[in-house]
Design a binder for this molecule. Structure first.
Ligand SMILES: [Zn+2]
Length: 362
């Protein structure tokens, strides 16, 4: 009888593996702590630093020097984009130099490549972001092109996140505004997750959902501080992005932070591969999906405008027709992810009307 009850509970609860970062350090002049952090985590011998050509100058070099000064054997590799080929290149280097730890130093793409390649090789990973452009800096998911899936895949959570605001503050403000777009999009992604729970009886975790929502509310509430491009605003955005990463770790999936607005962004990526930044596209997607949910889409739009993030196709630098096409195709990008788009089933005419009524296209 007892065994029967346990089996039922286990079935009903749908067990999840929660994998959380061990150390999260946000603030000014935090990069010099990296050597100590590696030591504390038990990595004293060797490391592989993955960064981009520009980020190597910004922070990668410092990371190499810091770890070398601690007596570690440091190898490094420059990656240019987040493609599967780059992931293979990092994997080959891991097999060759057998580092204890991989450090991803850079914006979203470098971190995604480092995260996925280290996961595939069973090596822990530390995230050292140089921008605050999206929540991948702290999440267990990675977006890599060439996987035959235009969306993010599950990887391991970073073992540590070291976000030095002295470095990130020097990135273009556009990246931080894009991070706000990714954060504000949780207003609709959480709705989609709830909808999937109600209509498809999928697992839904209120704690993870609340954490994601709190991050979106934090941006809306502090928009006046964020737009000043000060350290205080940047820290707010970074902490909110890290909270979203943790929300995904707790949920064991990207669902709390990636719904219909993300599907729209992935769909737009396929139509206009050189479009805008991920967070910028998700922010615009959130305006549209909030309209479908009949929630405060105007408030979302206003927040994005105030923070200096795009709210129209023109500001995204994409063709208005591409927005309409992306909206129509979005629900087929990832069929297993149930969202409002599966309920509304947009055709070209209704998608065009939707983009117009929300002011995304004219
Ligand atoms: Zn995102």
């Amino acid at each position: 009888m007892d065994l029967f009850i346990i089996t039922v509970i286990a079935f009903k609860m749908q067990l999840h593996r929660m994998q959380l970062p061990r150390e999260v350090v946000v603030g000014n002049d935090t990069l010099p702590l990296l050597g100590e952090i590696c030591k504390r985590l038990g990595f004293k011998k060797s490391a592989l630093v993955v960064s981009g050509p520009d980020t190597k100058t910004i922070a990668g070099r410092k990371v190499i020097d810091l770890l070398s000064d601690k007596g570690m054997d440091v190898d490094y590799l420059i990656v240019n984009s987040s493609t599967l080929l780059e992931v293979y290149a990092v994997e080959d280097r891991i097999k060759e130099s057998k580092p204890q730890i991989v450090l991803g130093v850079g914006g979203g793409t470098k971190i995604d490549v480092a995260k996925l390649s280290s996961t595939r090789q069973g090596i822990p990973f530390i995230s050292v972001p140089t921008t605050a452009s999206h929540d991948g800096i702290a999440s267990p998911v990675a977006a890599v092109k060439g996987l035959n899936k235009p969306y993010s895949v599950m990887a391991e959570s970073p073992m540590a996140i070291v976000a030095d605001t002295d470095i990130i503050i020097n990135s273009e403000y556009r990246f931080t505004a894009s991070g706000c777009g990714d954060l504000i999009s949780k207003f609709t992604s959480v709705r989609d997750w709830e909808l999937a729970y109600k209509m498809k009886h999928e697992y839904y975790g209120e704690y993870a959902a609340s954490l994601a929502l709190m991050s979106a509310r934090l941006v809306a509430k502090n928009v006046e501080i964020i737009k000043l491009d000060s350290e205080e605003g940047l820290r707010l955005v970074l902490e909110a992005l890290i909270s979203c990463g943790v929300a995904m770790s707790i949920a064991g999936s990207s669902k709390p932070c990636s719904g219909s607005e993300h599907l729209f962004s992935h769909s737009l990526d396929m139509i206009e591969p050189n479009g805008a930044l991920h967070g910028e596209q998700c922010g615009v997607g959130a305006i549209i999906m909030a309209y479908l949910y009949d929630i405060d889409w105007k408030g979302i739009k206003e927040t994005l405008e105030k923070v200096g993030a795009p709210t129209t196709a023109e500001e995204l630098g994409v063709d208005p027709e591409s927005v309409v096409k992306a909206l129509v195709a979005a629900c087929s990008i990832r069929p297993e992810r149930f969202t409002i788009l599966d309920v509304k089933k947009l055709d070209y005419g209704s998608a065009e009307k939707l983009a117009k009524v929300t002011g995304v296209i004219y």
